[in-house]
Write a protein of this length. Sequence first.
Lengths: 340, 531
Amino acid sequence: MAPFPRWATKTGLTLGSIAVTMLGLLFVTFMIGRVMPVDPVLAIVGDRASQEIYQQVYQDLGLDRPLLVQFGLYLRDVMQGDFGTSILTARPVAEDIARVFPATLELATLGTLIGVVLGVPLGVIAAVRRGSWIDQVARVVALVGYSMPIFWLGLMGLLVFYGILGWVGGPGRVSIFYDGMVPSVTGMILLDSMIARNWTVLRDAFSHIVLPASLLGYYSLAYISRMTRSFMLEQLSAEYVTTARVKGMSERQVIWGHAFRNIRVQLITVIALSYAGLLEGSVLTEIIFSWPGIGSYITTALLSADMNAVLGGTVVVGLVFVLLNVLSDLLYKVFDPRAK
Amino acid sequence: MTAFSKFLSGSALGLALAVTSLPAGAATPDNMLVIANRIDDITSLDPAQNFEFSGGDVVGNLYGKLVNFDPLDLEAGYQPDLAESWEVSEDGRTITFTMRQGVTFQSGNPVTAEDAAFSLRRAVKLNLNPSFILTQFGLTVENVDDMVRVEDGKLKLTTDKAYATSFVLNCLTANIGAIVDMKTVMEHEADGDMGNKWLSTNSAGSGPYRLVAWKPNESVTFEANPDFYQGAPAMERVIVRHIAESATQRLLLERGDIDIARNLNPEDIAGIADMEGVKIGEELKGYLMYFSLNQAVPELAIPEVRQAFKYMVDYEGMANSFLKGQYTVQQNFLPRSYLGSVDENPFSLDIEKAKALLAEAGVDGLELEIGVREVQDRMEIAQSLQNTFAQAGVKLNITVGTGAQILGRYRARDLDVYLGIWGPDYPDPQTNASTFAWNPDNSDEAQLTGVLAWRNSWDAGGLTEKVEAAVVENNREARAQMYRDIQAEFRETSPFAVMFQNIEQSAMAADIEGFTTGAAITNAAYWNVTK
């Protein structure tokens, strides 16, 4: 008889694998940060600093110690929730991430929603009407989504919908006049304005997020619709679908009740990957739309040798991937009885 | 299938309706100034620590100083600010400041000589990046309480030598000379940091504005100080928003969502220049673009070779093409508008002359590595140099890296040629003279990594003594002449080819008046702005 119930063993194994993954991620990122040809001391003391000040900071940062000792000390601090202080913002990295990650989460979630809501039906239709005009349209939409530089598309979107037509808000999460008008509870301005019941700010925030989210949604849509089409084509050519049709089932039942049900598990993986990709931060989108998210935070930190910020940001991104993996595993069990 | 089509059409229609019903942008309110700028370099707003370009603009609007510049008359030089007047002792080592009466901090506490003494002592004791601006006067952690003291309600500042008064006062106009509210700051002291952590994200000054919020990489918000001793600013609220992209800044300005765009590239400036309701402001800044030759490379240490390189640069060609509107030709180490600055630019592209000088030096087939940061204009300049150097028979290999990578090698004397910019630290000629033309010990062991001459292994020879003499010359005109002479010699003999001085172009709404970026000598000022 097993010493622990099955669920406890499984949970323990899952948590153990998360811990090992995170430890590996931290170790690799830390080591890359230390062997990179950038100088974190120079980033702190500045170009003009004397050698004396340079040496003092070098020692203060513990850079004169062996790499493994440095990593051990860093790990000890991380375990206590201390990711160190960012050079660029002079604030604790944890505080910075708590500020920038909700901005990305809000944008990526809306982008993924748009991608899923439009991409999945488009992929299904394209598969069902293979070779028809709608399939061709879906193909072109996906191709444009894959090949168009997001930087260009973002600027054009801003020019047309904000600059010329004035249909949407400009760069930033909210118009300047509304900045700081609702207290930050979740860090997500749409939710915070709902909590504060400030509908003016909500409306304004929506006008600002709709364009970048649609842009990310479009890229997500391109990927999801192509994958959906491919999965559906495989199912629609299977014998059980022919059997179902011969038995006189309606097309709706054949497509939704049988073929689509069988691609849900694969779709979950595709959607989770797409979502994780957006949560990692779409740097260019964030730059064009002046969206203070985690992508631009990590990039700016990396270019400035702000290694505490880079490490903290990487841990969060890694955690997102791990958690979405766990979530995918859980959803597999819901949709696929064989996985239980 | 019909259901799918209906769903798709419905989704598209819903999205379209939602989008089309959104409001268009509105113009900024009359009492609010909104500026788009790149502010991702700010690391702290404590005047004792802040040493970045955009952070300087913030601090400059929050604090008063003993002496300061009048933003509307920068040519006039330093003027009384929180110090009403000053006297210099006979031995020239002590300046006694009489404080302006009736001025209060935003907390309501009066501004006193004690606050001024505390602020200067604090800056020295914290010993952070800009502290050298004060410690160069012989102030140390150990002696600063004696050297900076209050007697009879007046502030006395004693220096280790009799420096030129203009040098000392010019340095006090730098942000490290900001006077902070001692009582408020010390209420927020933690672990003996003299309030450094708190002041990094808050303000405690008597300037025209108080800090409402600084959100890193996002925005800085100011609120007017109604009790500002020069009168309450017309702009009651100022918001500086971080907008990295030039095209985005332009769009915001065109839509009326911002009043001033500070980082437009030449294409966007050209695109907006003739637009109704927009005007372009142009000011010379203090940053100099230069390249330098490492004297540890034997061929580069030959005087004729150093001269030759200065004739291998297409100064006018670059300034009139890809640098148009961003840089103007300047071949001297003092930016125009500095005391002692000159306009003489004797070098121009002359490949034949360069070849003749190289031949005279017996140098042929030279191959060099140039280090440059991954910044667009610098990479373009490096490419232009590569092209013109090749015409003279010098092969230039370009190494591009991050600022930290390239600077690290430059400070280690590891590059043959370095291409970069230099910005003055304070508005006095000594700031550049003491780095370009002063090097008291050229040995590797000296490790004078902050000195540009040392980084290029250049023994500045007699110039070192001349720089030291200029900084103690009390006659302003004589001092200015000394810097002119130093620069004349520097142009001919140094391994530095100073090429350009930076211009800042700001596009703004036509109704904006009184805005200045501070030109080459100080920070942007918002308190005189009206619209």
